[in-house]
Write a protein that binds this ligand. Structure first.
Ligand code: PLP
Length: 508
């Protein structure tokens, strides 16, 4: 069967058969259970996972869109927000909302800043956000969605935002300053006290993105590690984003956006009172909101409690120390900057190519993000990695040895890159974009037109090519082409359904 479209089956299959097919389909998925995935999944162990599933399914069908229909969910959400605010230096005035993740929390804080600017005569037609280049792309997405402008500030030597340059980037149109605690690529915490003081002095807002750090840093500090001030206790910080589906080990999707005061949060809300369907109010981006995610977050916070999170943080930091020291001990590799907690970047000294090392690690089933400017691999260490840290270090040392041997292929690739780079500079811009599309296909990147899976096999080659492009705008096109390919039905990789008994669903 190779139809171009997937068609709804005429008759259903038995539930067991459907589930068996899905079980088989996930066979090639990333092996997070054995601690081989260094992002995407935060795993606190089987006991917590079981609790999350039970709590989630208890409120599986409920919809938190209307808080009056399900007062239990309304209470749970406001308690989750209150506990999070208290943990992060908020007083009794602090308020917030649960959202579907860090991105939505950030979208909401940025939207609130835009509305705040409008209400207070700040920002003009295109309000500006001043933020470190290391800030999460969700801010760029927010600016893209809400008609705002981002002004990026480079890192200083220590990989934190350069404050001198940040000061210079603020102008009359700026409504929001951003700092991350910590920044995701390398793990240092931006100088939040200075950023917040600058915002306060200029009479504008300051958002702290603690998506990854919110449920680690308070515990890491309590364990005795040095953690700079970063939360709502810092004067001038007006909002924060804190993901629960990261280090709070809640079920996806769950995050919290916090505000210093209810007045600020009102700028986030939406109301439309002219609809024939009734008066419509909605706190966040989404309409219907999954009750299960709220219930699971409430459950895990009560199951673990402060002591539970502290204990997990201790275990994670022990694994972090082992990995950090182990990586620094491998000749040619180093940890970048000073990671405050358990996210960090791995760099390689020349002539080693960190992407080449990453490819060798991928071949052994390890999943790590590739980072750029400067090139590095990323680690997010959580409780699920305690069991895999030793094996990771052993494989990493091997990967470095293999890359040293690979140096010949690497040199060949470099020569190719350099000549392509030179060619690209003399070709007119419209041609470059077509050429890069062709080149990306040739390098196994797929593309939108052939319905290939678009998954790069050797990322070292891909990133080499991307770095050599003179026009970064072309990269957006390529990336969007890849996404287009990835999100289409592909007859070649369709899920094969097992021949199965017919379900009795139609007869129910
Ligand atoms: C994960 C993360 C985000 C985005 O969160 P999602 O849940 O993926 O939408 C934003 N900022 C930082 C620092 C993050 O680590």
């Amino acid at each position: 069967m190779t139809e171009k479209q997937k068609v709804l089956p005429r008759v259903g299959s038995a539930a067991d058969a459907v589930l068996a097919t899905m079980e088989q389909a996930r066979g090639e998925d990333a092996q997070w259970r054995s601690g081989k995935v260094w992002s995407l999944v935060y795993n606190a162990g089987d006991e917590t996972t079981e609790l999350l599933k039970r709590a989630y399914t208890m409120f599986f069908s409920e919809n938190a869109l209307n808080p009056t229909a399900f007062p239990s969910l309304k209470r749970m959400e406001s308690e989750v927000v209150s506990m999070t605010a208290h943990l992060l230096g908020g007083d009794a005035h602090a308020v917030g909302s649960m959202t579907s993740g860090g991105t939505e929390s950030i979208l909401m804080a940025v939207k609130a800043a835009r509305e705040w600017g409008r209400a207070n005569g700040r920002g003009g037609k295109t309000p500006e956000i001043v933020l470190p280049i290391t800030a999460h792309p969700a801010f760029e997405k927010a600016a893209h969605y809400f008609g705002m402008k981002t002004v990026y500030v480079p890192m200083a030597e220590d990989l934190r935002v350069d404050m001198r340059k940040m000061r210079r980037a603020v102008n009359r149109r700026t409504v929001l300053l951003v700092g991350s605690a910590p920044q995701y690529p390398h793990g240092p915490v931006d100088p939040i006290e200075e950023i917040a003081a600058l915002a306060k002095a200029r009479g504008i807002l300051c958002h702290v993105d603690a998506c990854v750090g919110g449920f680690m840093l308070p515990f890491v500090r309590e364990l005795g590690y040095p953690v700079p001030a970063f939360d709502l206790s810092v004067p001038g910080v007006t909002s924060m984003s804190v993901d629960l589906h990261k280090y709070a080990y809640a079920a996806k999707p769950a995050s919290v956006v916090l505000y210093r005061s209810p007045e600020l949060r009102k700028h986030q809300f939406f109301a439309y009172t002219n609809w024939p369907g009734g008066i419509y109010v909605s706190p966040t981006m989404t309409g219907s909101r999954p009750g299960g995610a709220i219930a699971a977050a409430w459950a895990i916070m009560h199951f673990l409690g402060h002591e539970g999170y502290l204990k997990i943080a201790q275990e994670v930091m022990t694994a972090r120390d082992k990995l950090k020291d182990g990586i620094n001990a491998i000749d040619g590799l180093y940890i970048m900057g000073d990671p405050i907690m358990s996210v960090m970047g791995i760099g390689a000294k020349r002539p080693l190519d960190i992407y080449e090392i990453g490819d060798h690690m991928s071949e052994r089933g390890w999943h790590m993000d590739r980072q750029q400017s400067p090139n590095s691999l990323h680690l997010t260490i959580n409780r699920g990695h305690i069991i895999s840290a030793d094996a990771f270090l052993a494989d990493l040392a091997d990967a470095v040895r293999l890359s040293q041997r690979d140096n010949k292929t690497y040199m060949k690739q470099q020569i190719l890159m350099t000549s392509m780079n030179a060619a690209l500079r003399v070709i007119p811009a419209p041609l470059v974009s077509r050429l890069t599309r062709v080149a990306s296909k040739a390098m196994g990147l797929g593309g939108g037109t052939d319905g290939g899976d678009g998954l790069p096999k050797r990322t070292a080659a891909m990133y080499g090519m991307m770095a050599s492009l003179p026009n970064k705008g072309d990269l957006d096109d390529i990336a969007i082409d890849i996404l287009d390919g990835l999100t289409r039905f592909d007859p070649k990789s369709r899920i094969e359904e097992a021949a199965a008994p017919v379900s009795d669903a139609a007869g129910e």
